[in-house]
Design a protein around this ligand. Sequence first.
Ligand code: NAP
Length: 246
Amino acid sequence: MSLANQVAVITGGARGIGREIALAFAKAGADLALFDVNPQQLEQTAQELRALGRRAEGLVVDVTDGKQVDDGVAKVLDKLGRIDILINNAGITKDGLLIRMDDAQWDRVLNINLKGTFLCTRAVAKHMLKQRRGRIVSIASIVGLIGNPGQANYAASKAGIIGLTKSVAKELASRGITCNAIAPGFIKTEMTDALPPEAKQRLMDAIPMGTLGEPRDVAEAALFLVSDAARYVTGHVLVVDGGLAM
Ligand code: NAP
C-alpha cells in the first residue's frame, strides 16, 4: 500500500500507537507531521522518521487549543505543501467510578479525546475540501462501543468520536474525503502498562485470541483505511481487539 507523495498529520504521534502509525506510513512512503505536547519525544520520533528517508515535522500542538491546531495546520501546509491524511490519535484516560469522578476528570478527557478530534478534523477538512481528496481516521476504542466501569468519561469521549466520524463521513463523502474510525481493544502501550497485573490477566482471559494487541496491529488497520484499497469505505468503525467486543 503506497503512500508516496502524500502528507499525513498524526496527533499524539510522538509515542505509543501514534508513533507506530507514523513509522508504518513513513515505510509506505508518506511524509509526516506530528502534533504532540512533549518536545523531546516529538523530536526523537521525527528523527526516526527522517532516518527512513522521509520529511518529518514534530510540532508542539495541544489539540485542545483551536488556535494552536489552526497554526499547526498552517505550518504543515507551509513546510510540507499539502495534507492528504489526518489521524486523530491523541487521547488520555483519567479513570474513576462515576460517583467519585470530578468535573476536571470529565472535562480533561472530553477536551483532549473528543474536542481535540473535532478541532483537528475541522482545521484539516477545510484544506481537504479545496483539494477534493482526503482521508481522516480517528482512534476510538471498543470502550466507546461496549462501555467499561470506571471509564464513563473515556467511553463517552470515544462514543462521541464514533458519532462525529459518521456525521463528518456523510458531510464530506461527495467531496472525495473518507472519514473512518478504528476501535482498538487492549493494546500494549504505556497506557495499558499502568494496569495492575491482576486486571491485565482478567483482560487476557476475556480476549478470545488470548493476548493483548500490539501498536502495529492498529497501525496496519490505519494503513488500510488511508490507502486506495479502502477508497469506497467511509463512516466505518474498524474493531481491532482480538475478538473481545464481539
Ligand atoms: P499514549 O502512549 O499515552 O500516547 C498518547 C500520545 O498523545 C502521547 O504522546 C501524549 O503526549 C499525546 N497527547 C496527550 N495529550 C495531548 C494533547 N492535548 N495534544 C496533543 N497530544 C497529546 O497512548 P496510546 O496507548 O498510544 O493511545 C493512543 C490512542 O489510542 C488514544 O486515543 C487512546 O485512547 C487510543 N486507544 C488506546 C488503547 C490501548 O490499549 N493503548 C486502546 C484503545 C484506544 P504525552 O506523552 O506528553 O502525554
